[in-house]
Design a protein around this ligand. Structure first.
Ligand SMILES: Cc1cc2nc3c(=O)[nH]c(=O)nc-3n(C[C@H](O)[C@H](O)[C@H](O)COP(=O)(O)O)c2cc1C
Length: 193
Protein backbone atom coordinates (compact mmCIF):
# COMPACT_ATOMS: atom_id res chain seq x y z
CA UNK A 1 0.00 0.00 0.00
CA UNK A 2 1.06 3.62 -0.37
CA UNK A 3 1.68 5.89 2.56
CA UNK A 4 -1.95 5.60 3.55
CA UNK A 5 -4.82 3.20 2.94
CA UNK A 6 -7.59 4.65 0.82
CA UNK A 7 -11.05 3.81 2.07
CA UNK A 8 -14.10 4.57 -0.04
CA UNK A 9 -17.43 4.68 1.82
CA UNK A 10 -20.66 4.73 -0.20
CA UNK A 11 -23.80 5.49 1.81
CA UNK A 12 -26.99 4.76 -0.13
CA UNK A 13 -29.58 5.89 2.42
CA UNK A 14 -31.50 9.14 2.04
CA UNK A 15 -32.23 9.29 5.79
CA UNK A 16 -29.83 11.60 7.66
CA UNK A 17 -29.33 10.16 11.12
CA UNK A 18 -31.04 6.96 9.99
CA UNK A 19 -29.90 3.41 10.50
CA UNK A 20 -27.45 3.16 7.61
CA UNK A 21 -26.06 6.55 8.60
CA UNK A 22 -25.47 5.42 12.19
CA UNK A 23 -23.80 2.21 11.01
CA UNK A 24 -21.56 4.17 8.63
CA UNK A 25 -20.62 6.50 11.50
CA UNK A 26 -19.73 3.51 13.63
CA UNK A 27 -17.54 2.14 10.82
CA UNK A 28 -15.83 5.51 10.45
CA UNK A 29 -15.14 5.62 14.19
CA UNK A 30 -13.00 2.53 13.72
CA UNK A 31 -10.75 4.15 11.12
CA UNK A 32 -7.34 5.47 12.09
CA UNK A 33 -7.29 8.82 10.28
CA UNK A 34 -3.50 9.06 10.39
CA UNK A 35 -3.01 6.00 8.24
CA UNK A 36 -6.15 6.23 6.09
CA UNK A 37 -7.59 8.59 3.57
CA UNK A 38 -11.38 8.38 3.64
CA UNK A 39 -13.62 9.32 0.72
CA UNK A 40 -17.22 9.38 1.96
CA UNK A 41 -20.07 9.83 -0.50
CA UNK A 42 -23.71 10.28 0.48
CA UNK A 43 -25.25 9.11 -2.76
CA UNK A 44 -28.60 10.74 -2.04
CA UNK A 45 -26.97 14.17 -2.06
CA UNK A 46 -25.37 13.59 -5.44
CA UNK A 47 -26.74 14.06 -8.91
CA UNK A 48 -26.16 10.60 -10.36
CA UNK A 49 -28.22 9.89 -13.47
CA UNK A 50 -29.26 6.30 -14.14
CA UNK A 51 -27.26 4.46 -16.82
CA UNK A 52 -28.69 5.16 -20.29
CA UNK A 53 -27.21 2.02 -21.89
CA UNK A 54 -25.92 4.30 -24.65
CA UNK A 55 -22.97 2.01 -25.34
CA UNK A 56 -20.60 4.93 -24.88
CA UNK A 57 -18.41 3.03 -22.44
CA UNK A 58 -18.25 -0.26 -24.32
CA UNK A 59 -15.08 0.54 -26.25
CA UNK A 60 -13.65 3.24 -24.04
CA UNK A 61 -14.42 2.23 -20.44
CA UNK A 62 -15.40 5.84 -19.90
CA UNK A 63 -18.91 7.08 -19.08
CA UNK A 64 -20.11 9.97 -21.22
CA UNK A 65 -22.55 11.33 -18.63
CA UNK A 66 -21.04 14.33 -16.90
CA UNK A 67 -22.47 14.34 -13.42
CA UNK A 68 -21.28 13.67 -9.86
CA UNK A 69 -20.50 10.03 -10.72
CA UNK A 70 -17.35 11.43 -12.30
CA UNK A 71 -16.13 12.07 -8.73
CA UNK A 72 -16.81 8.48 -7.71
CA UNK A 73 -14.96 6.83 -10.63
CA UNK A 74 -11.47 7.91 -9.52
CA UNK A 75 -12.27 7.05 -5.90
CA UNK A 76 -13.44 3.59 -7.02
CA UNK A 77 -10.27 3.04 -9.00
CA UNK A 78 -7.94 4.18 -6.23
CA UNK A 79 -9.63 2.60 -3.21
CA UNK A 80 -7.85 -0.10 -1.24
CA UNK A 81 -11.04 -0.79 0.72
CA UNK A 82 -14.70 -0.11 -0.05
CA UNK A 83 -17.64 -0.01 2.34
CA UNK A 84 -21.05 -0.10 0.64
CA UNK A 85 -24.01 0.57 2.94
CA UNK A 86 -27.66 0.59 1.90
CA UNK A 87 -31.14 0.22 3.29
CA UNK A 88 -33.24 -2.55 1.74
CA UNK A 89 -36.06 -1.19 -0.42
CA UNK A 90 -38.59 -3.51 -2.09
CA UNK A 91 -36.30 -6.51 -1.58
CA UNK A 92 -33.34 -4.74 -3.16
CA UNK A 93 -30.77 -1.99 -2.73
CA UNK A 94 -31.99 1.62 -2.55
CA UNK A 95 -32.40 3.40 -5.88
CA UNK A 96 -29.55 5.74 -4.95
CA UNK A 97 -27.25 2.76 -4.48
CA UNK A 98 -28.45 0.95 -7.57
CA UNK A 99 -28.07 4.02 -9.80
CA UNK A 100 -24.44 4.30 -8.70
CA UNK A 101 -23.89 0.59 -9.31
CA UNK A 102 -25.42 0.67 -12.79
CA UNK A 103 -23.06 3.53 -13.63
CA UNK A 104 -20.20 1.13 -12.95
CA UNK A 105 -20.89 -0.45 -16.34
CA UNK A 106 -17.69 1.22 -17.74
CA UNK A 107 -15.68 -0.73 -15.17
CA UNK A 108 -17.58 -3.91 -16.02
CA UNK A 109 -16.71 -3.36 -19.72
CA UNK A 110 -13.06 -2.75 -18.88
CA UNK A 111 -12.86 -5.91 -16.83
CA UNK A 112 -15.01 -8.35 -18.76
CA UNK A 113 -14.77 -7.12 -22.38
CA UNK A 114 -11.25 -5.70 -22.44
CA UNK A 115 -9.74 -7.99 -19.79
CA UNK A 116 -8.39 -5.00 -17.89
CA UNK A 117 -9.54 -5.28 -14.27
CA UNK A 118 -8.62 -2.45 -11.92
CA UNK A 119 -5.03 -3.02 -10.84
CA UNK A 120 -3.90 -1.80 -7.46
CA UNK A 121 -0.87 -2.58 -5.37
CA UNK A 122 -3.11 -4.09 -2.73
CA UNK A 123 -5.56 -6.93 -2.56
CA UNK A 124 -8.75 -4.87 -2.51
CA UNK A 125 -11.40 -5.82 0.01
CA UNK A 126 -14.92 -4.73 0.76
CA UNK A 127 -17.65 -4.61 3.36
CA UNK A 128 -21.37 -4.63 2.62
CA UNK A 129 -23.76 -3.29 5.27
CA UNK A 130 -27.50 -3.80 4.79
CA UNK A 131 -30.43 -2.68 6.94
CA UNK A 132 -34.01 -3.79 6.44
CA UNK A 133 -37.22 -3.05 8.30
CA UNK A 134 -38.68 -6.48 7.68
CA UNK A 135 -37.45 -9.77 9.04
CA UNK A 136 -37.71 -11.49 5.65
CA UNK A 137 -34.36 -12.72 4.36
CA UNK A 138 -35.23 -12.33 0.67
CA UNK A 139 -34.52 -8.57 0.63
CA UNK A 140 -31.06 -9.19 2.05
CA UNK A 141 -30.38 -11.99 -0.43
CA UNK A 142 -31.42 -9.93 -3.47
CA UNK A 143 -29.48 -6.90 -2.25
CA UNK A 144 -26.41 -9.00 -1.54
CA UNK A 145 -26.54 -10.55 -5.03
CA UNK A 146 -26.50 -7.12 -6.69
CA UNK A 147 -23.78 -5.87 -4.34
CA UNK A 148 -21.66 -8.92 -5.19
CA UNK A 149 -21.97 -8.11 -8.89
CA UNK A 150 -20.88 -4.56 -8.07
CA UNK A 151 -17.88 -5.63 -6.01
CA UNK A 152 -16.71 -8.09 -8.69
CA UNK A 153 -17.06 -5.49 -11.43
CA UNK A 154 -14.88 -3.02 -9.55
CA UNK A 155 -12.35 -5.79 -8.84
CA UNK A 156 -13.13 -6.31 -5.17
CA UNK A 157 -12.85 -10.08 -5.15
CA UNK A 158 -13.48 -10.50 -1.43
CA UNK A 159 -16.05 -8.84 0.79
CA UNK A 160 -17.89 -9.46 4.04
CA UNK A 161 -21.56 -8.78 4.57
CA UNK A 162 -23.35 -7.59 7.70
CA UNK A 163 -27.14 -7.58 7.55
CA UNK A 164 -29.53 -6.19 10.15
CA UNK A 165 -33.18 -7.07 9.71
CA UNK A 166 -36.28 -5.95 11.61
CA UNK A 167 -34.81 -2.44 11.99
CA UNK A 168 -37.33 0.04 10.66
CA UNK A 169 -37.76 3.27 12.61
CA UNK A 170 -35.18 6.01 12.16
CA UNK A 171 -32.39 5.32 14.64
CA UNK A 172 -33.81 1.95 15.74
CA UNK A 173 -30.40 0.40 15.09
CA UNK A 174 -29.25 1.97 18.39
CA UNK A 175 -31.48 -0.56 20.20
CA UNK A 176 -29.87 -3.51 18.43
CA UNK A 177 -27.67 -5.33 20.95
CA UNK A 178 -24.57 -5.63 18.75
CA UNK A 179 -25.02 -3.90 15.38
CA UNK A 180 -22.96 -0.74 15.94
CA UNK A 181 -20.16 -2.73 17.54
CA UNK A 182 -20.34 -5.40 14.80
CA UNK A 183 -19.84 -2.78 12.11
CA UNK A 184 -17.11 -1.06 14.11
CA UNK A 185 -15.19 -4.32 14.41
CA UNK A 186 -15.75 -5.30 10.77
CA UNK A 187 -14.45 -1.89 9.65
CA UNK A 188 -11.42 -2.31 11.91
CA UNK A 189 -10.65 -5.74 10.45
CA UNK A 190 -11.26 -4.45 6.92
CA UNK A 191 -8.82 -1.59 7.23
CA UNK A 192 -6.14 -3.01 9.50
CA UNK A 193 -5.52 -6.32 7.75
C1 LIG B 1 -39.48 2.59 -0.22
C2 LIG B 1 -39.14 1.66 0.91
C3 LIG B 1 -39.13 0.31 0.67
C4 LIG B 1 -38.77 -0.59 1.68
N1 LIG B 1 -38.73 -1.92 1.41
C5 LIG B 1 -38.24 -2.79 2.33
C6 LIG B 1 -38.08 -4.18 2.03
O1 LIG B 1 -38.37 -4.65 0.94
N2 LIG B 1 -37.56 -5.00 2.97
C7 LIG B 1 -37.22 -4.53 4.21
O2 LIG B 1 -36.72 -5.31 5.03
N3 LIG B 1 -37.39 -3.23 4.55
C8 LIG B 1 -37.88 -2.34 3.64
N4 LIG B 1 -38.02 -0.99 3.94
C9 LIG B 1 -37.67 -0.51 5.29
C10 LIG B 1 -36.26 0.08 5.37
O3 LIG B 1 -35.30 -0.86 4.91
C11 LIG B 1 -35.96 0.41 6.83
O4 LIG B 1 -36.79 1.45 7.27
C12 LIG B 1 -34.51 0.80 7.09
O5 LIG B 1 -34.27 0.83 8.49
C13 LIG B 1 -34.16 2.13 6.49
O6 LIG B 1 -32.79 2.40 6.72
P1 LIG B 1 -32.23 3.91 6.87
O7 LIG B 1 -32.75 4.43 8.19
O8 LIG B 1 -30.79 3.77 6.83
O9 LIG B 1 -32.73 4.69 5.72
C14 LIG B 1 -38.43 -0.09 2.96
C15 LIG B 1 -38.47 1.29 3.20
C16 LIG B 1 -38.82 2.16 2.19
C17 LIG B 1 -38.83 3.64 2.44
Amino acid sequence: MGEYVRLLVLNGSPRTGGNTDLLVQSALNAIDRHSHRVDLFRLNDMNIRPCQNCGGCTDTGVCVIEDRMQQIYPALRQADRIILASPIYFFGLSAQTKAMIDRCQPLWCEKYIHNMPIQTATHRKGLLVLVGGMKKQIGADCSAATATAFFRSVSIEEHKTLTFLGIDAKGAIRSHPTALQDVYEAAKILTVH
